[in-house]
Design a protein around this ligand. Structure first.
Ligand code: ADP
Ligand code: MG
Length: 227
């Protein structure tokens, strides 16, 4: 089953002379459980594509289906809840809440959704992420690699069907990079999650199930959109 369907998605920023066609009729599908690496030059439209898939930005035209749901046909409030429950985001800058501890940052998406954390799953995540001893620390007391592991935990805590990552290892050294990637792949295998990850790293891309090449707003290796 396809978890994600991107149909004829275009995105234009600005208008007239200043218009930037960031995405031009992009079509592809991702089956449930697949780990997809998105590669392409800077400015080619990768982040725009990821933000639209995650409903952080809206397409100028086209549709995105997640688990059969046409996400841009949903009302804003429903979409916010749907996004929180079904999509986990990981960014290059870890975006942790500085005043909250590791554990509080991890469960933050659940609190926003007025849900109680599943203690067993929380303990499991802390163990898998190697953060058990750091649970009461603040982000400022952690290394970059540890902070990114918290951000991964925060993306996983809701058990989302889809994980979107925009250069998650961009700020990490080689050792932390491979650790983070191994963790993500392990999590997606354990919990049958689908991952779409933008990366500059050739070796990360090569370890993915599939590589999506973006060039100048076009996904080049999937042929054209079928009408
Ligand atoms: P990538 O992530 O591959 O580096 P982006 O998706 O960030 O590329 O950007 C694609 C193109 O869209 C670039 O030309 C960029 O300048 C432009 N762009 C991105 N976001 C905006 C925005 N909010 N307003 C105007 N132009 C934008
Ligand atoms: Mg980008």
């Amino acid at each position: 089953m396809d978890l994600l369907q991107v149909r004829n998605v275009s995105k234009t920023y600005g208008s007239g002379e200043a218009a930037v066609h960031a995405l031009k009729r992009v079509c592809f599908t991702v089956p449930k459980g697949e780990f997809v690496a998105v590669v392409g030059e800077s400015g080619s439209g990768k982040s725009t594509l990821l933000n639209i898939i995650g409903a952080l930005d809206t397409p100028t035209s086209g549709r995105v289906f997640l688990d059969g749901q046409d996400i841009f046909s949903m009302k804003e409030r429903n979409l916010t809840v749907f996004r929180r429950r079904n999509i986990g985001f990981i960014f290059q800058s870890f975006n942790l809440v500085p005043e909250l501890t590791v554990e509080q940052n991890l469960v933050f998406p659940l609190l926003l959704d007025h849900q109680k954390p599943d203690r067993r799953y929380l303990e499991e995540l802390l163990t898998v992420l190697g953060l058990k001893e750091r649970r009461r620390h603040l982000p400022s007391q952690l290394s970059g690699g540890q902070q990114q592991r918290v951000a991964i935990g925060r993306a996983l805590i809701t058990r989302p069907a889809l994980i979107l990552a925009d250069e998650p290892t961009g700020n990490l050294d080689t050792r932390n990079t491979s650790e983070v990637i191994t963790l993500l792949k392990e999590a997606s295998r354990l919990y049958e999650q689908t991952i779409v990850m933008i990366t500059h790293s050739r070796s990360i891309a090569q370890s993915a199930d599939r590589i999506l090449q973006v060039s100048d707003g076009v996904v080049t290796d999937f042929g054209r959109c079928r009408e």
